[in-house]
Write a protein that binds this ligand. Sequence first.
Ligand code: PMP
Length: 414
Amino acid sequence: STADCPLLPVIGGDLQVPLVDGSETRYVNLDYAASSPALDVVARHVTEVLPLYASVHRGAGYASQISTAAYEHARRVVGDFVGARQDDLVIFTRNTTDSINLLASIVPGETVVLDIEHHANLLPWVNANARVVKAADTLEETLKRVDAELAARPAALLAVTGASNVTGETLPLRRLATIAHRHGTRLAVDGAQLVPHRRVSIAFDGVDYLAFSGHKTYAPFGSGVLVGRRDWLDFGEPYLRGGGAVTQVSLESTTWRTGPARHEAGSPNVIGVAALARAIQELAALDISAWEAHERALRERLVAGIGGLPGVRIHSIFPDATDAVGVVSFSVDGVDSRLLATALSAEAGIGVRDGKFCAHPLLERLGITGPAVRASFGVGSRLSDVELLIAELSRFLEHGPRWTYELVGGHWVA
Ligand code: PMP
């Protein structure tokens, strides 16, 4: 099967890591949803552009000109990749959290959010002017609830996740946009877990704002993106105040720029942005059906392989969700998720995430009381990574850990 090979090579794909018994093994990274590894081409690109790195928008020298051109070129690459409209702004930030906080700082009115969100798409809103709608037991019913909420009381913005960081389930963006627009509400999408896995077109889907992170999109160099409608962004208060965001300053008055510079004061992360643009060029060149088939093959194998193991519960928000990306979380009855994750790492070199995934209200609604385990993957993953997790998990469930671990200060140690 083609899923045996990575779709795109990533750096660290053959990393050797120590095991608890003193031996070494290949690191199996199943934690792409937290931070994905850099593509090989991204790592190479960064070393190539570094000698030409200089201050952007500020210097007259050759390297400054090249860096400025690269930074502005990256805006076009990113905008094209997500299907931005002609008039949309592409603003570079630090990460998704930063992008959503920026949006929350300029939204002219109330925002409606669901209770299934990552904290990054919850806390910026609930600490401002927001209403939280509880998701229903099905996606269909949830869409009706959102429609009813917006009909009952107008809101400026509906902010939803594109794909859940806990279950991988995607939301129907086009339908959400139609519902929102019917009530004069705009749609913002937290694309942190969607953009790394799917070809998104905000123009086609009618998404007004999209936020995502470079470090989850194969470019871990500290860049983030907010793309969307220019009017609110040009009218809103500058998100960061300082050099580069102004056209004129005296001690009495300041004239703020419009466009992306309005919210990007200070020296920007040109290397991070160049890295992201390079990653995106690589994703844009992927054959869409090959990309989706690769991740679907891994997800289906994982779900089939662990779903049947005794006591394993794979988490899902919506039983009627028809699509999900490469993010799967699960709990095992009577098994401490933290111990399981520790043993997978110490005994087999498998890196998964355990915890509450910065989505406490969602875990509560799913009835998950303790931490859960999350496995996530992407274009650098292989079917054998997933096979190893299935084999190790079933071995653990049958025989328990190979080693003895003891709980020290909330952590399991060998
Ligand atoms: N939203 C979702 C759905 C996420 O998965 C994450 C990262 N776990 C974030 C937002 C926050 O992203 P960042 O940490 O890059 O700001």
